[in-house]
Ligand binder design. Structure first.
Ligand SMILES: *Cc1c(COP(=O)(O)O)cnc(C)c1O
Length: 244
């Protein structure tokens, strides 16, 4: 079994490689490095591995399943900013919203309404959210169809209980990451159209797009949050190492 020191060394090397790729992609696109935030997706990492990230400078962590987020948040020190990036059932909002800094994947009107309701009921600060768009149009994926987003009722978008920060998508897996580029371009163009239609009150600054396989391309096309799992954690101890 790898010691903590060995794990730290592996993670540090992988983070350095990711950082170099981020910087190069930003340079190619003429974007400043600071506009791209790394969010580490810890779903395949044990608590021991996840717990090493803050000292390596990574404080933005994400899970795609609510129960896994609850469990990691309970075991790890506070100070971590948790991002909920997967499908969120409405009956899990009460336990999830208090733990997270952002919900990336609002994929239905019913979920958006439920978040507004929960925030109002509990007197929380406005919750930052992104709207998930199924740009690649895979039936197996959650998210609004691109045309649906434009139809969202104004009173939901401007409700004081949420801050609609932008759009999120997952590209279909492709052997050649270049094949993901059209998905990212389409999300950015959709954001630009919505910004023009909705006006200055909804500037939609965030584009949550790009995973291990395709993040340099996503950055070239305007990603502001990249969600990386396997490139950081593959081969390292997973949740099976955690005590139940
Ligand atoms: C798992 C996951 C990721 C990270 O995927 P990798 O390919 O492992 O980097 C990103 N976003 C979502 C929604 C995920 O579920």
């Amino acid at each position: 079994m790898l010691s903590d020191a060995e794990l730290r060394a592996v993670l540090s090397d992988r983070l350095a490689a990711v950082e170099a790729n981020i910087q190069q992609a930003c340079q190619r696109a003429g974007r400043p490095r600071e506009v791209v935030q790394l969010v580490a997706v810890t779903k395949t990492a044990s608590c021991r591995v996840t717990g090493l990230l803050p000292e390596l400078g990574v404080n933005d962590l994400a899970e795609n399943r609510p129960q896994a987020l609850w469990s990691k948040a309970a075991k790890l020190p506070s100070g971590i900013r948790w991002h909920m990036i997967g499908h969120l059932q409405r009956n899990k909002l009460d336990k999830t919203l208090p733990l997270v800094c952002r919900v990336h994947a609002v994929d239905s009107v019913r979920l958006l309404e439920a978040i507004i309701h929960e925030v109002r009921k509990r007197g929380f600060a406005p919750m930052p959210v992104c709207l998930e768009v199924n740009v690649s149009r895979e039936p197996s994926k959650y998210g609004f169809a691109p045309a649906e987003v434009a139809q969202l009722p104004r009173e939901l978008l401007t409700a004081p209980e949420v801050r609609i920060e932008g759009l999120m998508t997952m590209a279909a897996y492709a052997e050649d990451p270049e094949d993901c580029r059209p998905t990212f371009v389409e999300l950015r163009q959709l954001r630009d159209q919505l910004r023009a239609a909705w006006g200055e009150s909804l500037p939609l600054p965030q584009l949550s797009m790009g995973m291990s396989n395709d993040y340099p391309i996503a950055i070239e096309e305007g990603a502001t949050m990249i969600r990386l799992g396997s490139t950081l954690f593959s081969g390292l101890p997973g949740p099976e190492e955690d005590p139940a």
